[in-house]
Design a protein around this ligand. Structure first.
Ligand code: IPM
Ligand code: MG
Length: 379
C-alpha cells in the first residue's frame, strides 16, 4: 500500500530526528511491502524565514492532501520576540485546527531500563497500581482544537483588561471522549475525566456529556477528578491511572507533568487524531499529526546528540493510528525496546541505571541510535 506522509522537519533538532524516523519507516516499508511518499513542508521558524508567516496556506493545503503528518519540532530564540500571530507556535495551532485533529494522545509510561530517571520513590510508584509493581502506564487524551486556546479573546478599549474564554460544545466534548473511550478499550479499561466542575460551567457540561457517552462503553470504568487533585495524584500514585481525558489547557499542563515522571522527555511520542468518519480520513483511519513531545532544543541542534527515539516512536503511532498497521507499529516499539536493553543511550538518558556486565551502557549520537533501531528491526 502507498501512503502520503506530510513531513515538517521544522527547526532546531527537528530535521535530525525526523531523518531517523523516516529511515525507520522506509526500512519497515521494504520489509512489509508499504511505500511512504513524503511531501516535505515548511512550517514554523523556517517558514517565517522563507515565507514571512509561520504556516503558509500552501503548506496547510498540501498537508491536507496527505494521509498523515510527521513533525519534528518548531521554534527557536530568533523568533521569540515576534508578535503573537507570527510566532512559530502558530504553525502548530494552525495545523491542529486546519487538519481537524481534535484528540491529542500523549502516552507516558515508566520504562524499566530508565527507572532511575523517574523522580518518584518505589512506594509512590506502587501506590494504587493494580499491577502491584513500581511503575505506571498512562495515556493523556487532551482535547486539542477547542477550549481556552481557541475561544474568544481580546482586550477592552483602554487596554486595561484582557480576556480568554473556555468554550466547549457538546459535540466537541463527545468526539474527544469517544476517542478516549476507544483507547481505554484497548488498554486498562479505566477512564478518568479530569476537569474543574466545582467551579467551571464548561466542566459541568463535560461531566454531563461523559455520563451519556459512558453508557456506550459499559466495559470501561469511568471516574471523575478535579484537575488540581489530578496534578497531585499524578505524583502521589501515578499507577492508579489508565486513560485521562481532559480539556486543551488542562491537558497541556498535565501532560508536561506526566512527561517528567517518565524522566525521558526525548523518548515520548504523541499522536493528534481527527475523526475516522471525517471525509478527509483515508483508509478508514483518522488523519493525524505525529510528533515527539520534546521541543526544538536549538542549543544542541546539528550536533548529532539529540535523542531520535521520540520521533521514531511517533512514526510508530502513525503506523498504528493513521494507517492501521499494528504489526508494523509494534515492530518499531520492540526494536526501540531492544536497543535500550542492549545499553544504548543518547546523552539525555545516559548515566541513569548502573550498567550491567552483559550490557554496559554505551553513549551514542542521533545517527547511531537511529541505525541501531534499524538493525534491531532486521532481527
Ligand atoms: C504543546 C505545546 C504547545 C501547546 C505550544 C507550543 C503552543 O506546549 O504541544 O503542548 O500549548 O499546545
Ligand atoms: Mg505543552
Amino acid at each position: 500500500m502507498n501512503y502520503a506522509v506530510a513531513l515538517v522537519p521544522g527547526d532546531g533538532i527537528g530535521p535530525e530526528v525526523v531523518l531517523q524516523a523516516t529511515a525507520v519507516l522506509d526500512a519497515l516499508g521494504d520489509r512489509y511491502g508499504h511505500v511512504f511518499n513524503y511531501v516535505e513542508l515548511e512550517a514554523g521558524g523556517k517558514a517565517l524565514d522563507t515565507a514571512g508567516e509561520p504556516l503558509p496556506k500552501s503548506a496547510l493545503e498540501a498537508a491536507r492532501q496527505c494521509d498523515a503528518l510527521l513533525l519534528g519540532a518548531v521554534g527557536g530564540p530568533q523568533w521569540d520576540t515576534l508578535p503573537g500571530h507570527l510566532r512559530p507556535e502558530q504553525a502548530l495551532l494552525g495545523l491542529r485546527a486546519g487538519l481537524g485533529v481534535f484528540a491529542n494522545l500523549r502516552p507516558a509510561s515508566l520504562l524499566p531500563q530508565l527507572r532511575a530517571a523517574c523522580p518518584l520513590k518505589d512506594e509512590v510508584l506502587i501506590a494504587g497500581n493494580p499491577t502491584g509493581q513500581a511503575g505506571f502506564d498512562l495515556l493523556i487524551v487532551r482535547e486539542l482544537t477547542g477550549g481556552l486556546y481557541f475561544g474568544k479573546r481580546g482586550r477592552n478599549n483602554d487596554n486595561t483588561v484582557a480576556f480568554d474564554t473556555e468554550t466547549y460544545s457538546r459535540q466537541e466534548i463527545e468526539r474527544v471522549l469517544r476517542t478516549a473511550y476507544r483507547a481505554a478499550m484497548t488498554r486498562g479499561k479505566k477512564l478518568c475525566v479530569v476537569d474543574k466542575a466545582n467551579v467551571l460551567e464548561s466542566s459541568r457540561l463535560w461531566r454531563e456529556v461523559a455520563a451519556i457517552v459512558s453508557e456506550d462503553y459499559p466495559a470501561v470504568e469511568t471516574s471523575y477528578m478535579y484537575v488540581d487533585n489530578c496534578a497531585m495524584q499524578l505524583i502521589r500514585a501515578p499507577g492508579r491511572f489508565d486513560v485521562i481525558v481532559t480539556s486543551n489547557l488542562f491537558g497541556d499542563i498535565l501532560s508536561d507533568e506526566a512527561s517528567v515522571l517518565t524522566g525521558s522527555i526525548g523518548m515520548l511520542p504523541s499522536a493528534s487524531l481527527g475523526s475516522p468518519d471525517d471525509p478527509a480520513a483515508k483508509h478508514g483511519h483518522p488523519m493525524g499529526i505525529y510528533e515527539p513531545i520534546h521541543g526544538s532544543a536549538p542549543d544542541i541542534a546539528g550536533k548529532d546528540i539529540a535523542n531520535p527515539l521520540g520521533a521514531i516512536l511517533s512514526g510508530a503511532l502513525m503506523l498504528r493510528y493513521s494507517f492501521g498497521l499494528e504489526k508494523e507499529a509494534a515492530a518499531v516499539e520492540a526494536a526501540v525496546n531492544s536497543v535500550l536493553d542492549a545499553g544504548l543511550r543518547t546523552r539525555d538518558i545516559a548515566g541513569l541505571n548502573a550498567p550491567s556486565i552483559e550490557n554496559p551502557e554505551r553513549i551514542v549520537g542521533t545517527r547511531d541510535m537511529g541505525d541501531a533501531v534499524l538493525k534491531a528491526l532486521e532481527m
